[in-house]
Design a protein around this ligand. Structure first.
Ligand SMILES: NC(=O)c1ccc[n+]([C@@H]2O[C@H](COP(=O)([O-])OP(=O)(O)OC[C@H]3O[C@@H](n4cnc5c(N)ncnc54)[C@H](OP(=O)(O)O)[C@@H]3O)[C@@H](O)[C@H]2O)c1
Length: 246
């Protein structure tokens, strides 16, 4: 498929690498211009382009920029045909993104993104660490394959996103509509806990909307105050422990 990715960092570049390996045609953009990511794009097998070029003549656009930068993309996306699937990978962390009252009052993050960019989105790949994405993908049918949630309101667009998730090495779980996508946000039991499909389903059901932001902030505080950087496995274990059902 023809795919444009905006954001060439941990998530954007890793998705590009995997989709190129699958045979997809990938364009990739960042904030500073294509000349700043030519070498990276070449290494990924993608084409370095401007943001405007990234959304032109593609079937799918993946947005993988810092949460608070999403609104900057409204003008870039304004002329994109409505049948182009737009996927949002972002997560809100107030300590990093600045406090956003609407989200603090309960608006699901991807609904906020969708409103700011002026079109519907599908939420995918947000609920995994970048190291999980790059290192832990497995072929379909492998026992213990990690599952991730995919939420959105349009069934066709969500199916497309779920197919891409499978291509990148993970079971895709239909997590319902965007109104329910708070169940896969930071601080929930489904977020960055590396679960298989049935366990992920249980984790989404167990999510508690009032508790999640508190657990999110407690986890980040703990990671920042740790005497030494935590290993990947320690981070996953900590996420599971703090968000476990009480
Ligand atoms: N890292 C993780 O473990 C992880 C996991 C799941 C989801 N996420 C979410 O996925 C998103 C991307 O995370 P990341 O870790 O890949 O971030 P990152 O490594 O910091 O990369 C961010 C990318 O976004 C680009 N960018 C920033 N502002 C932009 C703008 N206005 N227009 C176009 N491009 C812009 C940056 O380009 P420049 O370098 O040119 O500024 C950079 O290529 C975030 O929302 C994050 O919360 C992250």
């Amino acid at each position: 498929m023809k795919i444009g990715i905006i954001g060439s960092g941990n998530i954007g570049a890793t998705l590009a690498r995997k989709l190129v390996a699958h045979g997809d045609e990938v364009k990739i953009a960042n904030s500073r211009g294509p000349e700043t990511i030519r070498d990276l794009a070449q290494e990924l097998g993608a084409t370095a382009v401007s943001k405007e070029q990234a959304v032109k003549d593609v079937e799918i656009v993946i947005l993988s920029v810092p949460f608070a930068k999403n609104p900057d993309l409204a003008s870039v996306l304004s002329g994109v045909p409505t049948d182009v699937v737009v996927i949002d990978t972002s997560n809100y962390y107030p300590f990093r993104d600045g406090a956003i009252t609407e989200i603090d009052n309960g608006k699901p993050e991807s609904i906020w993104v969708s409103e700011r960019i002026g079109r519907p989105v599908i939420k995918a790949w947000n609920a995994m660490l970048s190291a999980t994405l790059s290192e832990k993908g497995m072929p379909q049918g492998t026992k213990g394959r990690i599952a991730i949630p995919v939420a959105g309101d349009n069934a066709r667009a969500k199916n497309t996103a779920m197919r891409l998730v499978e291509i990148t090495g993970f079971d895709a779980l239909d997590a319902g509509d965007l109104a329910n996508s708070w169940r896969q946000q930071p601080g929930t039991p489904a977020y960055c806990t590396e679960l298989t499909l049935p366990d992920l389903q249980d984790a989404l059901s167990a999510a508690d909307k009032a508790r999640a932001p508190r657990d999110r902030d407690a986890l980040i505080k703990g990671f920042m105050e740790a005497k030494a950087p935590l290993s990947h496995e320690q981070i996953i274990a900590r996420n599971r422990e703090v968000t476990a059902r009480r």
